[in-house]
Design a protein around this ligand. Structure first.
Ligand code: PRP
Length: 179
């Protein structure tokens, strides 16, 4: 285990097993219809790589990099797009992948944008859901795990751009971020 990780919430094996189950559920849902998978950078990349290998419908893959900035108690939710999707969205079934949903602002704004571009349908899949901090209700179709309100890293999730490579989901030691 990484020395800065206090404890493991989900092991690599548990994550793999859950992704396998989610892929089955998603395959059932789409029943062979083509999808455009949109992976939200950077955190969802690890989840996306594991998931798409197990999808059995025609899949195209794209990425979006966006941050949403709410302003304090007023959750205005403004989306800043750093990298947009390149594939056509109009008329497509979108499978939107997130590593974690926290306040819900990012997913809410990305969904709004993709709907505005005429997506035929938008289905969301998130590996981790942290409902304790939710500000915006989000459409969560497929959820890997609900997690407590703790600082988690690994499986794509970072602290200061580190730890994304850890194959498990772990709780970061307080001493690392309370300096
Ligand atoms: C994380 C995560 C989601 C978002 C969730 O991304 O990947 O996109 O935050 O938070 P929210 O529900 O409060 O909007 P982050 O902005 O940390 O970027 P990263 O994926 O590059 O780490």
């Amino acid at each position: 285990m990484n020395e800065n990780v206090e404890r493991i919430l989900f092991t690599e094996e548990q994550l793999k097993a859950r992704v396998r189950e989610m892929a089955k559920e998603i395959n059932k849902h789409f029943n062979g219809e083509p999808v455009v998978v949109v992976s939200v950078l950077k955190g969802s990349v690890v989840f996306a790589v594991d998931l798409i290998k197990q999808l059995d419908m025609p899949v195209s893959l794209d990425f979006i990099c966006a941050s949403s900035y709410g302003s304090g108690t007023i959750s205005s939710g403004k989306l800043v797009i750093k990298k947009d999707v390149e594939l056509e969205v109009e008329g497509q079934n979108i499978l939107l992948l997130e590593d974690i949903i926290d306040t819900g602002e990012t997913l809410h704004e990305i969904m709004k944008m993709l709907k505005g571009r005429g997506a035929k349908s938008i289905v969301t899949a998130m590996m981790f859901d942290k409902p304790a901090r939710r500000k915006k209700a989000v459409q969560a179709d497929f959820i890997g795990f609900h997690i407590p309100d703790e600082f988690v890293v690994g499986y794509g999730l970072d602290y200061d751009e580190q730890y994304r490579n850890l194959p498990y989901l772990g709780v970061l030691k307080r001493s690392v971020y309370e300096k």
